[in-house]
Design a protein around this ligand. Sequence first.
Ligand code: HEC
Ligand code: HEC
Ligand code: HEC
Ligand code: HEC
Length: 243
Amino acid sequence: MNVKLYVLAASVAVLVGGVGYATGPHQDLDCLGCHDPHYAKAEKLFKVKNDVLINPRTGTKIDHTSALCLGCHNIHQFGGGDVKPIHLHMTHPVNIVPNPKIAKVPDQLLRDGMLQCVSCHDPHPSNPNWKYLRVDSTGGAKVGQFCLACHPAKADTSFYGIAQADIDFFSSMNEDKGPGNFKSSELSIVSPTPNYVHPFGKYDNGIQPAYKTAATQPWIWAPEPDMLPEDLKKLMQENQPAE
Ligand code: HEC
Ligand code: HEC
Ligand code: HEC
Ligand code: HEC
């Protein structure tokens, strides 16, 4: 195919594909960036698991779904992929059991009773909201409407014209209902997989899929802590929370 035809075909594909679909950047991960049907590193067939850093809030390793996100969204020195990196020392707390005086989190947004990245974000490509947030913030113009979902005592609800109970949360986690916005009372099925996949600990990443996809990027392999350079290990030790 000559270049012009190729460009034309590609733009038609984008136009057709674009109608009615969210086109956030996770689309390009094409499922296999986050899930691996045969060589999973963590529950729910997660392909990435970054538990290099100790969570400064709890002094324990990050596990659960947040370790997936941090496999890409942390700096490489901390086991991530440098993809829009966020750092746990200066980020909204995660992997914690909420103190009810600080936040009134709808139960359905917690995982094993804890706040995780997925409490605020539904990362599936079907989520049309700004930054994959669970609450529509009108493209980031009304972020307070999202914060209000868990910190209602702090927001001027008359400004947003909405109370906590009225908030719609985006969820992709119920195939019976399909992706969409649900009241917290309807978010009953949040994560039904029984987690029967239990990867057998640390193993050599020489086992790799026989196929290659655009999503197979070097960032998916988090280094073992003893592979880290001395100065970084020291920095991490200094960053441990006080007893
Ligand atoms: C950015 C990472 C990411 C991408 C890309 C992604 N997923 Fe997921 N997936 C997750 C996370 C995180 C969860 C767990 C979410 C939760 O607990 O709310 C999950 C859960 C699931 C589950 C388990 C649902 C359950 O009920 O327990 C299935 C099935 C799934 N994803 C399929 C897919 C498919 C199919 C695609 C591609 C269209 C995809 N995922 C793309 C991160 C991703
Ligand atoms: C396999 C790598 C990978 C994983 C795992 C991953 N992401 Fe991403 N994420 C990306 C890429 C790539 C981008 C686009 C970065 C860019 O635009 O520079 C992105 C962008 C984002 C954005 C910004 C979206 C926007 O519209 O600007 C958010 C929010 C986000 N990710 C949240 C998450 C959360 C939460 C998780 C875990 C549930 C997660 N990601 C897991 C690769 C990943
Ligand atoms: C309390 C809610 C909340 C939690 C928990 C949360 N985020 Fe976010 N996240 C946001 C909001 C709000 C934004 C958009 C504002 C901004 O970019 O700072 C955002 C933006 C992002 C972005 C896009 C940054 C950019 O430059 O575009 C990424 C990536 C991201 N989050 C990843 C994560 C990961 C990984 C975790 C878990 C370790 C996480 N988030 C936990 C609320 C949250
Ligand atoms: C899904 C629920 C949820 C959402 C949405 C949410 N938070 Fe939080 N927030 C929490 C939890 C849980 C804590 C920690 C409570 C604890 O320490 O036990 C917290 C803590 C905080 C803290 C105290 C942090 C510290 O270091 O002491 C601030 C400030 C805060 N949130 C602001 C925000 C802002 C601003 C937004 C909107 C951008 C937001 N939160 C959205 C659940 C949420």
